[in-house]
Design a protein around this ligand. Structure first.
Ligand SMILES: Nc1nc2c(c(=O)[nH]1)N[C@@H](CN(C=O)c1ccc(C(=O)N[C@@H](CCC(=O)O)C(=O)O)cc1)CN2
Length: 282
């Protein structure tokens, strides 16, 4: 049974990239099952995602793609799709996104391995342990944040975490931690960014009298709520909805946007293009 791989790459935009990649694969008897590419004319950069089956081992394929680097100056990543990404979830008191992700994984709807959950509160330990997953209660204050963040990093190392998901984790991560988790930490913000950044976005939305509310899944950067956006979802509301109603409607929107962003990241469908993302859909 041939393994299934995904190659993602970016390089300066020029003719011949697709031909070089597909030629390399054909020469090694690989079968392309999906191929998508995009040339960013502003950044003059080319992006590509190729899904293929191959009888060759991963390291041999990686060496072959490395052979294209000198000519094309590409950054590439090769992933064996049978290897589930190891995910650490960070959460505070609101459990709806955590609950949704745990259920989707249990139901085979999301192909990741949740290796642990960490929180600055004890509240979601029973839910997490009902799925047989480790729960780490890591209280934090402004004074203890450096030590608490070191504990988070120790979990990342211990569990060999490939993706950290902030599923309504209500603490701002330091610049140092953001750098260490760059491109592998996804947050769900409970507004349709760039509107209503920061804490209490539903109250801001109610005060503004908006007719649509939303949620935004984005990579975490040290600039609060400014990270590259992966996915957004919205819901229609009206004058009759109280702030509490908006919070309730928003829960479902947050769960949908976050689950899609995590799945697309896990399937290597999200490529960083400066402060933005390119998402190659299914
Ligand atoms: N470096 C970053 N850290 C975090 C981000 C981010 O974009 N960059 N997103 C947040 C989540 N979030 C909004 O989506 C958010 C969380 C918390 C706050 C906030 O002001 N928190 C207060 C404490 C609040 C409390 O204790 O309940 C604070 O940290 O002082 C704003 C936005 C996750 N982290």
């Amino acid at each position: 049974m041939n393994a299934e791989y995904v190659l993602t790459l970016s390089c300066p935009d020029r003719p011949g990239v697709v031909a070089a990649v597909s030629g390399l694969l054909a020469a090694r008897g690989c079968n392309i099952t999906d191929s998508q590419q995009f040339g960013d004319q502003t950044a003059k950069r080319f992006f590509m995602r190729v899904q293929f089956t191959a009888a060759l081992p991963q390291d041999e394929l990686s060496s072959a793609f490395a052979g294209l680097v000198p000519e094309f100056g590409m950054d590439f990543k090769l992933r064996d799709l049978s290897v589930k990404p190891k995910v650490l979830i960070l959460v505070s008191k609101f459990g709806h996104c955590l609950n949704d992700l745990l259920y989707r994984v249990r139901s085979g709807l999301l192909d990741i391995e949740i290796v642990a959950v960490a929180s600055n509160h004890p509240d979601l330990r029973p839910l997490t342990q009902s799925y047989g997953i480790d729960y780490h209660h890591l209280p934090v204050t402004p004074e203890t944040r450096p030590r608490q963040e070191a504990e988070i990093l120790a979990l990342v190392e211990h569990y060999q975490v490939e993706l950290v998901v902030l599923a309504r984790y209500m603490q701002v991560l330091s610049e140092d931690l953001c750098e260490k988790l760059s491109g592998r930490a996804i947050n769900i913000h409970h507004s349709f960014l760039p509107s209503f950044k920061g804490a209490k976005p539903y109250h801001q939305a109610h005060d503004r009298g908006v007719k649509l509310i939303g949620a935004t899944a984005h990579y975490v950067t040290s600039d609060l709520d400014e990270g590259p956006i992966i996915e957004q979802e919205v819901a229609r509301v009206d004058h009759s909805h109280s702030p509490a109603d908006l919070v309730a409607i928003g829960r479902d929107v947050e769960c949908v946007a976050l689950a899609r962003a995590v799945r697309w990241h896990a399937e290597q469908r999200v490529l960083l293009d400066g402060h933005k993302t390119i998402v190659f859909p299914r």
